[in-house]
Design a protein around this ligand. Structure first.
Ligand code: SF4
Length: 347
């Protein structure tokens, strides 16, 4: 099995109580069965507390019951009582691994760091080139399973999509438009259709309000995020995304593409991941424009990191986005292209 990592992967270290948005906040903590078995044997007050706070959630998963949006073992010094009491080796797999993400494609495994971790986000935003250059395309990654041709096709398409996102001669909205147009052709091939040149004649650029409306209906964990979203939505039409935001957003878009594009091996849909990148660009880019005018009450890194935590990491929110792409014609390729072209002209 070939394992592939971005260049910064092995340098990452959790900064624990110096973290500005800990993973011990807002999320339920999954307790895997192997770890729970060990927890049954822990003696004393800590063992009793662990057992009394391990519950089954609405999805049937064993989790720690959170109180006030915090892991119950995250103490007042913002350190973990389980880590302190019985050692790092007895953290649940979720706690031990986050923000590391492993995606197994059979013949190869890709490893990433999640943008929902502020320290990992800093690593990604610092990168000047393409930290995913070792991920390679279809030639480097020879696959042998039954999906070989499909995977090879997707790897080629992903490589080409990355090239569009890295075309630094263009404003970022134009790069997204090129990536979207290309993937509409890829999707036509996947659907067994003859790719046709896409016409946007007569398609009017709409307001981005519908994208904000959708995000405001999502399950939102933080009041601060809801407030930022509401404030940005109220002025979305007049906020222009800056060119230098595009330079940072490129890193988020690359992360996102490597994290999700190959899901098409199961869904047969490459447009889901590209359209989610476009929605995230619009929401975070306009929030960045608003916050720039206010002296950045939430730094740019935190806007992107928080989007990842609130939207990307929520199964429900991601499903709602994909469902809207299927049902709402305003998310079709042509109107999104027109919107991106208009935004690129303003960058
Ligand atoms: S979010 Fe990242 S840096 Fe912060 S506590 Fe979790 S792993 Fe550590």
């Amino acid at each position: 099995m070939r394992h592939i990592y971005p260049t910064f992967y092995h340098e990452f270290r959790c900064i624990a109580n110096r973290c500005e948005d800990s993973c011990c906040k807002d999320w339920d903590i999954d307790v895997d069965s192997e770890t729970e078995k060990f927890y049954q044997t822990v003696e004393g007050a800590l063992g009793d507390k662990i057992r009394s706070l391990t519950i089954t959630d609405e999805y049937g998963e064993r989790v720690f019951r959170s109180g006030n949006g915090r892991c119950p073992f995250w103490n007042d010094d913002m350190l973990c009582d389980i880590y302190i009491g019985i050692g790092e080796e007895h953290l649940s797999h979720t706690c031990a691994n986050f923000p590391r993400v492993h995606i197994d494609y059979g013949d190869f495994q890709e490893h990433l760091l999640s943008f929902a971790c502020p320290e990992a986000a800093r690593f990604m935003l610092r990168e000047e080139g393409n930290p995913y250059r070792d991920f390679g395309g279809s030639e480097e990654l020879e696959t042998t399973d039954e999906n070989e041709d499909f995977m090879s096709f997707l790897l080629k398409a992903r490589e080409r999509s990355v090239a569009f996102l890295l075309n630094r001669d263009e404003p970022f909205a134009y790069r997204l438009a090129d990536c979207l147009e290309f993937n509409a052709q890829v999707q036509a091939l996947l659907n067994g259709e003859e790719p046709q040149p896409l016409s946007t004649d007569g398609v009017k650029a709409g307001s981005p309000d519908f994208i904000f409306d959708l995000h405001r209906q999502f399950e939102i964990m933080s009041d601060r995020w809801r407030q930022a979203l509401d404030e940005t939505a109220g002025q979305a039409d007049s906020l222009a995304i800056s060119k230098n935001f595009g330079a940072d957003y490129e890193k988020f878009a690359l992360y996102y593409l490597y994290r999700y594009y190959l899901e098409a091996i199961h869904s047969g849909d490459v447009l889901y991941s590209v359209k989610r990148i476009i929605c995230a660009y619009l929401v975070t880019g306009k929030m960045d424009a608003l916050f720039a005018s206010q002296g950045y009450p939430l730094p740019r890194m935190r806007i992107l990191q928080r989007y990842s935590k609130e939207v990307e990491h929520s199964y429900e929110n991601t499903e709602q986005l994909n469902a809207a792409f299927d049902a709402d014609r305003r998310f079709d390729t042509a109107p999104l292209l027109v919107m991106l072209e208009q935004m690129g002209a303003m960058e």
